[in-house]
Design a protein around this ligand. Structure first.
Ligand code: HEC
Ligand code: HEC
Ligand code: HEC
Ligand code: HEC
Ligand code: HEC
Ligand code: HEC
Ligand code: HEC
Ligand code: HEC
Ligand code: HEC
Ligand code: HEC
Ligand code: HEC
Ligand code: HEC
Ligand code: HEC
Length: 465
């Protein structure tokens, strides 16, 4: 044996040992650190029940909710013939799934049978919400409640201080269909029906009411945000601005009015008198007009100008003879409930003072319902009972170029205990003097602070001294 052959043998032994060592390292390394490669090293028989029975994809089976074909081990139904994968385990490759939607629809009914498709359902991104294999949630959902939706949608819709019960609780699906729907915004139904499905009371309320506010009959989301908002009841704006958003003319007239009714700014503003949804009273008032008004005017209310107004409830209770429109419970026959340019928010002109030079236009309010001829013709046998013989005393008192007495000199507009709404007392500056009116069958008399007793008689003219 020469030196060369000795060296050769030693080298061969070395290589042998190096190879043995190398194989051992690879085996050790594979079995402890890389199960997948190990798995590849030991080919799975083609007829093996599934990849999940081995250590490979066992995690797929560890979900509470498994997709049926996964549970059955039918991986191939989606991934195609796995023989390639199994026979050539070194290459972990299964059939590409390029259209997930189409794949799912190969077993499931298509959702494209309805006109409104949810974005991801339409584009076949089924796996944005469902795991194809399994998940801890029912329907193999990736997340629960609104978390699922907020993976894509802005959470801001729930940032309002006042949140809607079902949306706040993550019940987005109570109103939205995740796939497709017959209604826009993939709603399960259209408001108001959608809303009535939970708010049966509102449905009943609207069905039973004679007058329904048009926007409430149309769609509740005209005023309510279905998710959340910064205003109470998730209203899209605060009352009265909510109302003014549609009632633009009312906004202009209220803003323009010289006197704006305090009722619009105290309490619930417009809702002090109107129901937002429906009612049985004309103009959708929440109570009969008179009851509404007396709800606040049951005390002496103070105006912006600092005047203490008459307690109207008390006045009506203490004075039994009510003026015609009040008998009909209609305060707005004379007053504009929102405000007006006229004195005391009256609908038409009426003097604010005790004396006023006569002009027909000053009494438009009274002449809306009463004949103006009662104060226009100097003499009459029929127009008015307030006459002495044929002398028209209405004309005498009222129809004067100077110091014409306004109706308030003798009549109390709301109610009185005297016939013909004659006042008990007459306001004169800061003083009130009694009128002492006595009515007779054919005339009457009074003894006010401004003159001695005066009588009138329609049949036989009285000569007052
Ligand atoms: C209903 C069809 C379907 C079935 C059945 C199915 N898969 Fe899948 N699998 C998919 C889809 C789709 C993807 C791709 C996921 C994606 O793109 O979000 C996928 C992805 C995978 C992946 C890649 C990693 C991952 O999780 O995304 C593995 C591994 C896998 N599947 C293994 C299996 C095994 C093992 C089975 C059988 C137990 C199986 N699959 C059954 C549809 C299916
Ligand atoms: C090979 C047929 C097949 C394919 C492909 C398939 N599924 Fe399924 N899927 C089923 C079967 C079977 C069930 C169980 C029976 C059932 O509830 O309809 C099921 C159940 C479901 C369920 C649960 C239904 C329930 O009522 O609990 C969801 C969700 C689902 N599949 C989503 C998908 C999605 C998403 C895809 C596409 C990634 C898909 N499926 C692809 C066969 C399939
Ligand atoms: C935005 C999330 C989302 C997407 C995208 C989505 N799903 Fe769903 N899917 C759900 C939710 C949530 C449910 C639970 C049932 C419910 O409330 O309607 C569900 C239920 C199901 C069901 C069982 C009940 C039923 O309605 O038949 C099947 C099957 C299903 N989805 C298949 C699919 C398929 C197929 C696609 C893709 C075309 C898909 N889903 C896309 C969220 C989604
Ligand atoms: C994978 C992302 C994704 C998920 C998850 C998702 N959406 Fe969507 N959603 C979209 C896309 C994209 C559109 C279409 C956007 C568009 O048309 O402007 C859409 C549209 C909508 C629309 C209609 C919007 C419109 O203006 O017409 C509603 C409502 C909606 N999603 C509700 C939901 C609800 C509820 C959930 C949870 C169950 C949800 N989405 C989960 C992506 C998603
Ligand atoms: C009480 C029913 C209801 C619930 C619960 C609900 N929504 Fe809506 N959602 C609606 C209605 C109604 C619309 C349409 C609003 C409109 O037309 O102004 C809508 C519209 C949407 C839109 C379209 C964008 C928009 O504001 O117009 C998205 C996105 C949306 N909802 C997501 C959600 C998510 C996410 C949830 C859960 C956190 C959810 N919704 C809960 C009724 C609901
Ligand atoms: C899935 C059932 C459901 C649907 C659908 C639904 N709501 Fe609601 N709504 C509720 C629950 C629950 C509350 C919380 C009740 C409570 O706090 O007393 C609520 C509260 C409200 C409130 C506040 C009531 C209060 O007293 O604070 C308003 C306003 C409202 N919903 C309007 C709507 C409108 C408008 C729709 C239709 C777009 C609608 N809701 C659809 C269940 C529903
Ligand atoms: C014109 C605007 C408007 C419309 C349209 C509207 N609401 Fe309202 N809603 C309001 C206002 C204002 C309130 C607050 C009432 C209050 O403070 O007395 C309210 C309160 C509510 C409340 C809680 C208090 C109560 O009355 O029970 C519910 C519930 C409600 N609305 C449901 C609905 C439903 C359902 C619809 C559709 C049929 C609807 N709303 C349509 C303005 C509206
Ligand atoms: C989305 C628009 C809209 C909003 C907001 C709205 N209204 Fe209306 N309102 C209408 C329409 C439309 C009518 C019917 C007008 C007609 O028939 O001439 C109406 C009619 C009325 C009537 C007349 C009586 C009736 O029912 O026909 C009153 C009173 C009224 N609204 C008060 C209010 C009050 C108070 C608010 C605020 C709480 C409000 N509205 C908010 C649209 C709106
Ligand atoms: C003090 C009670 C009261 C308040 C507060 C009130 N209203 Fe009225 N409203 C009435 C009465 C009474 C009528 C019937 C009017 C008539 O007979 O002249 C009416 C009629 C209406 C009408 C229908 C007829 C018309 O005049 O156009 C609308 C619209 C209306 N109100 C809107 C509003 C709005 C908006 C608000 C809040 C800014 C409001 N109301 C506040 C008592 C009120
Ligand atoms: C919610 C409470 C409230 C209701 C309801 C109410 N008022 Fe008033 N009213 C006030 C307040 C506060 C004032 C004082 C501020 C002002 O001058 O407007 C006032 C003032 C008045 C004035 C004097 C206005 C002036 O300044 O000259 C008249 C007239 C009047 N109301 C009539 C009515 C009539 C008619 C009704 C029924 C349609 C009614 N009010 C319902 C609160 C109310
Ligand atoms: C026939 C027309 C008419 C009717 C109807 C009417 N008012 Fe008046 N109201 C007036 C006139 C005119 C004045 C101014 C009285 C005065 O200064 O002499 C007035 C003044 C008022 C004042 C202010 C009183 C004060 O102290 O200055 C209030 C408050 C008032 N009315 C409330 C009501 C209420 C509430 C009703 C319904 C119960 C009503 N009015 C019905 C014509 C009417
Ligand atoms: C909205 C209509 C209306 C307006 C405005 C009105 N009245 Fe009258 N008035 C009536 C009715 C109705 C009667 C009751 C007639 C009857 O009982 O025969 C009446 C009765 C009277 C009576 C008693 C008549 C009788 O025979 O008993 C006097 C006085 C009177 N009004 C004065 C006035 C004065 C003053 C004004 C203006 C400040 C006024 N009215 C404005 C409708 C109105
Ligand atoms: C100086 C006091 C006085 C003044 C001012 C006055 N009235 Fe009279 N009015 C009476 C008396 C007294 C009667 C009752 C006559 C009778 O029946 O004997 C009366 C009766 C009436 C009647 C019942 C029908 C009739 O003519 O007999 C009406 C209506 C009436 N007044 C309206 C008015 C109006 C409107 C004004 C203001 C434009 C006014 N009055 C101003 C004293 C007055």
């Amino acid at each position: 044996m020469d030196v060369v052959s000795i060296i050769m043998r030693m080298t061969n032994e070395c290589v042998k040992y190096i190879i043995i060592l190398f194989t051992a390292i690879i085996l050790l390394h594979s079995s402890f650190l890389n199960k997948t490669v190990f798995c590849q090293e030991i080919p799975v028989p083609v007829e093996s029940p599934s990849c999940t029975a081995s250590d490979c994809h066992v995690d797929l089976m560890q979900n509470a909710f498994l997709h049926d074909p996964v549970k059955e081990g039918n991986c191939d139904m989606c991934h195609g013939e796995l023989s390639g994968h199994n026979q050539n385990p070194g290459v972990f490759k299964f059939q590409e799934i390029d259209d997930i939607g189409e794949l799912c629809y190969s077993c499931h009914d298509s959702f494209a049978n309805r006109p409104f498709m949810h974005g991801p359902a339409e584009s076949g991104e089924c796996t944005a919400c469902h795991s194809p294999h399994g998940s801890p949630n029912k329907y193999q959902l990736m997340d629960l409640g609104s978390d699922l939706c907020f993976n894509c949608h802005d959470q801001d819709i729930m940032s309002g201080e006042f949140a809607h019960g079902p949306a706040d609780a993550g019940g987005c699906l109570a109103c939205h269909n995740p796939h497709s729907s017959d209604y826009a915004k993939n709603l399960r139904d259209e408001p108001p029906e959608l809303c009535f499905s939970c708010h049966n009371n509102k449905k009943k309320e609207l069905e039973e009411a004679k007058i329904i506010h048009k926007p409430a009959a149309d769609t509740c989301v005209n005023c309510h945000n279905p998710h959340s908002n910064t205003n109470e009841y998730m209203l899209s704006n605060k009352v009265p601005d909510l109302c003014f958003g549609c009632h633009k003319k009312k906004k202009e007239s209220v803003q323009r009015a010289a006197t704006k009714h305090g009722a619009l700014v105290v309490g619930k503003s417009c809702l002090n008198c109107h129901d937002a949804h429906a009612s049985n009273i004309a103009n959708r008032l929440s109570k009969a007009p008179l009851d509404l008004c007396l709800g606040c005017h049951n005390t002496s209310v103070k105006t912006d100008a600092g005047i203490m107004l008459t307690n109207m409830k008390e006045l009506l209770e203490k004075n039994s003879s009510h003026h015609g429109p009040i008998k009909r419970k209609d305060c707005s026959g004379c007053h504009n409930p929102h405000g007006s340019d006229e004195f005391r928010m009256l609908k038409e002109s009426y003097p604010s003072t005790f004396y006023m030079s006569y002009q027909e236009g000053n009494y438009t309010l009274c002449f809306k319902c009463h004949l103006k001829s009662i104060v226009q013709d100097p003499s009459t046998f029929e127009l008015t009972n307030f006459r002495n013989g044929y002398i028209n005393l209405h004309f005498r008192h009222v129809n004067r170029p100077e110091k014409g007495r306004t109706c308030r000199a003798c009549h109390e507009t709301h109610a009185s205990n005297f016939p013909k709404h004659i006042r008990e007392r007459v306001p004169f500056g800061n003083w009130e003097f009694p009128l002492n009116y006595i009515k007779t069958d054919t005339g009457g008399s009074c003894t006010p602070g401004c003159h001695k007793v005066k009588k009138y008689d329609r049949e036989k003219e009285v000569i007052n001294k």
